[in-house]
Design a protein around this ligand. Structure first.
Ligand code: NAP
Length: 359
């Protein structure tokens, strides 16, 4: 596979730091540019990130020496220097749209972790194992933006990245209704226990905007490409609750599901065990070998024990059993800043690279 020069926009943030750890020795992508706000621009990355470095692994020396650019003022230079950028920034929505479209219009593709482009019908929102065929809409988007090469691709919200993969291989049984209660880690808010001590021994029953995303985004993932755009699925009916819990990393979901044709427990377990998506078939570098992992032990999956499975890119499932109101219930877990954020972004970029979208 060809090598690509890449940039990280929002490099000093929680997701940006994850991108750096994943890209520091990536076999295809070479980290060339780090960019953030004007507060960080001109400083070495070491100075700019300072005590905010929240990764368990130390900052690589050569990355610490890189000089941070201004994501907005230096856009032209950055777009020229790299083959594509990853983007995860905390800015007002209109500015994020302008930033991402700005890079795309300079013929620099953007793989984004931000929410702003998720509902555009010509922007693929990728869980690479579930909807790789949505890449086809990039051609429509390029016509809209007037670009030859530039486009925006996004990854969905971290809250859906355990239950959508677990439900995906069961769609053949007709998903009718889904209820998901999400227990979400504090890193999802860009925080640690040091920066958010109020979360120790606590639970907050509200995460702004999260339930709407958790209910709407799966319908786009399960949508079909028609006339060059993604038409969202109309079923299943989904309802969710999202709670912030005192866990550093790893979003857990308690899921209830009703089918048109109720499968047996054995059929569900077989569908999970055998499920492979395009990343597994293409053997992409960040793809987990086994995407969905079922634990027989009733005490699993546990956030602390299981979030790092297959480099934090796998989904862990447990406690599958029949339910009185629905057909079945189960519990699933995914690492919110790896599979749910930067890792999911890197895997999406690997898929786009393998399909020739950056050439
Ligand atoms: P964060 O830790 O607050 O980091 C924000 C980043 O944005 C920093 O690098 C910051 O740079 C940069 N930034 C702020 N204002 C800017 C400006 N005017 N121009 C350029 N860069 C600017 O946020 P985060 O948790 O990494 O989240 C970033 C994005 O990813 C958000 O859209 C979030 O919703 C999304 N996301 C997060 C997670 C997660 O698990 N945390 C998961 C999925 C998606 P400075 O340091 O220079 O201020």
């Amino acid at each position: 596979m060809k090598n690509y020069n890449v940039g990280v926009i929002g490099a000093t943030g929680m997701v940006g730091q994850r991108f750096i750890t994943l890209l520091a020795d990536h076999p295809w992508f070479k980290l060339k540019v780090l960019a953030a706000s004007e507060r960080s621009a001109g400083k070495t990355y070491r100075e700019a990130v300072g005590a905010k470095w929240a990764m368990k692994t130390p900052l690589p020396e050569w990355v610490g020496d890189m000089v941070v650019k201004d994501a907005v003022k230096d856009m032209q230079d950055i777009a020229f220097e790299v083959d594509f950028v990853f983007c995860a920034v905390d800015m007002p929505s209109d500015q994020i749209v302008a930033l991402e479209q700005g890079y795309a219009k300079l013929e620099c593709p953007v793989v984004s972790n931000n929410k702003e482009h998720r509902y555009y019908a010509d922007v693929p929102m990728l869980i690479p194992e579930c909807n790789s065929e949505h890449i086809a809409v990039i051609e429509t988007q390029r016509r809209r933006l007037g670009t030859k090469r530039g486009f925006v691709a996004v990854k969905p919200n971290c809250s859906i990245q355990s239950y959508v993969p677990a439900l995906h291989p069961l769609r053949g049984y007709g998903l009718k209704a889904v209820l998901a209660c999400n227990y979400q880690a504090i890193s999802g808010a860009g925080k640690t226990f040091e920066t958010w001590p109020e979360m120790v021994d606590n639970l907050i029953p509200f995460i702004k905007g999260e339930e709407q995303k958790s209910e709407v985004e799966p319908m786009k993932i399960w949508g079909e490409v028609k006339d060059g755009v993604i038409v969202p699925a109309e079923r299943p009916l989904i309802t969710t609750q999202c709670l912030r819990v005192p866990v550093s990393d790893g979003h857990t979901s308690a899921v209830f599901v009703k089918f048109d044709k109720k499968p047996s427990k054995e059929e569900i377990l077989k569908a999970w065990a055998e499920f492979k998506g395009e990343p597994q078939r293409l053997e992409l570098p960040s793809a987990p070998k086994q995407f969905i992992n079922y634990f027989e032990d009733d005490n699993r999956p546990q956030a602390k024990l299981d979030r790092d499975l297959e480099g934090g890119m796998a989904v862990s499932v447990g406690r599958l059993r029949e339910d009185t109101l629905f057909d079945y219930k189960f519990v699933c877990l995914s690492h919110n800043t790896l599979r749910g954020a930067a890792g999911g972004g890197v895997l999406a970029a690997e898929l786009l690279a393998a399909k020739g979208c950056f050439d």
